[in-house]
Design a protein around this ligand. Structure first.
Ligand SMILES: [Mn+2]
Length: 397
């Protein structure tokens, strides 16, 4: 009897502990310490922490299952994937973008992550920065997928940021949130996905900030009317990666007149596409303007257009020339170099970028040197650095 009891007891304990293990299982130990620097080794030792080993998250940031059981872990900036590519007109494959960009980002903290021109280490700036994995996205139903992306983004955006806003670094005055709901929201950096995902992302942004100024780097306008760009067959076909800004404008999600495209060089259905683009609320910087006004002139135009209000930043990897970033859905030659785009992004230092995305990275078309995914990751390093320097707050007047 004693033996039977002991056996049963032992079995219960074993089952119990197995169950506890499962409940307590955390994918990477450092998730428990979201403030801990991702770069710890000072002696150059190659360990299990080496950048080429282990599970791949963006820049080896802690993986947090933000949308499921670790939904209470707070953060200031979250990376989230939106693996959707069924709104694309030419080369599909951006559903593998999030995984590819993460692979291209492994090297970001190799030397510690200090951004020399911006004089900041975003990974060590006191912010909680995490990789939330991917939003679940169905490849079978675009309408449903677009709703999933909006819901997933909102779920993250509407939390409270981990770090308090603090005070203005110059005047020392207390900062207040710039959101319309008065909350200090975290920032979300979305890894696309084709560009269609920006419609649900802007719907989410609108729910926290109202109509938003958009900085959009792309070789294409993406404000096309569905009747011009693939939308004739059905209501579902009308929402695609060339029309999402048309719909966002129709829905009042974009701040008209304080939004701007950069790197435009697409052919058009005709000059009237630009009139339609004006109606959608955008100013334009052509890719070729880099030869006349340079990166300084481009930065100036952008800053004059968006002012100091809340800004959403959307980066199509095809803004970069296919010589540097070939793996994309609709490549256009005559674009900017990776260096030029990175310089322009650093020129956004001080703007209130509330969230951002990079889209149209389709790794299957990349070189085996991972040019495109590396470019995408490095571009996001600049975005992350700019975000880390400027809190999303303003002084009350
Ligand atoms: Mn494009």
């Amino acid at each position: 009897m004693q033996l039977l009891f002991t056996t049963v007891f032992a079995a219960v304990v074993l089952l119990g502990s197995a169950h506890d293990l499962h409940d307590d299982q955390i994918p990477l130990g450092y998730v428990r310490f979201p403030m801990e620097s991702t770069y710890r080794s000072r002696n150059g030792e190659v360990t299990a922490d080496a950048i080429f080993s282990g599970i791949t998250t963006f820049a080896k940031l802690p993986w947090v299952q933000c949308l499921t059981r670790e939904s209470t872990i707070p953060f200031d900036i979250a990376f989230i994937g939106a693996p959707f590519d069924t709104g694309t007109s030419y080369r599909p494959g951006a559903r593998f973008g999030p995984a590819g960009i993460r692979a291209g980002s492994r090297r970001l903290t190799l030397y510690g992550g200090y951004n020399v021109p911006l004089e900041v280490n975003p990974f060590n700036a006191g912010l909680s920065i995490v990789d939330c994995g991917d939003i679940p996205v169905t490849p079978y139903d675009n309408k449903f997928a677009i709703q999933q992306i909006e819901d997933g983004h909102k779920e993250l955006l509407h939390r409270e940021a981990y770090s308090p806003l603090g005070n203005d670094s110059v005047t020392g005055e207390k900062l207040f949130p710039i959101s319309i709901d008065g909350k200090n929201h975290p920032r979300i950096i979305t890894l696309g996905g084709d560009h269609t995902i920006v419609l649900p992302l802007l719907r989410s942004i609108y729910s926290a900030y109202g109509p938003i100024s958009v900085i959009h780097f792309d070789s294409h306008l993406d404000t096309w009317k569905p009747s011009v760009f693939g939308g004739a067959p059905s209501a579902q076909a009308a929402i695609n990666h060339g029309t999402y800004f048309y719909w966002a404008s129709q829905e009042g999600l974009i701040s008209n007149g304080t939004s701007i495209h950069g790197a435009i060089r697409t052919t058009l259905s005709g000059p009237e596409d630009y009139e339609n683009d004006d109606d959608a609320g955008f100013k334009r910087i052509e890719a070729r303007e880099i030869d006349t006004i340079g990166t300084d002139g481009i930065i100036k135009k952008i800053r004059e257009t968006v002012g100091d209000g809340p800004v959403y930043l959307s980066i199509d990897i095809d803004s970069i020339d296919p010589a540097f970033a070939p793996a994309t859905g609709t490549p256009e030659t005559g674009g900017w170099s990776t260096r030029e785009l990175r310089t322009i992004l650093r020129g956004l230092d001080g703007l209130h970028i509330v969230s951002a995305d990079i889209v149209e990275v389709a790794p299957a078309y990349d070189t085996n040197a991972e040019l495109t995914t590396m470019a995408a990751a490095d571009v996001l390093f600049e975005v992350l650095s700019v975000m880390a320097k400027t809190p999303l707050g303003k002084v009350m007047v």
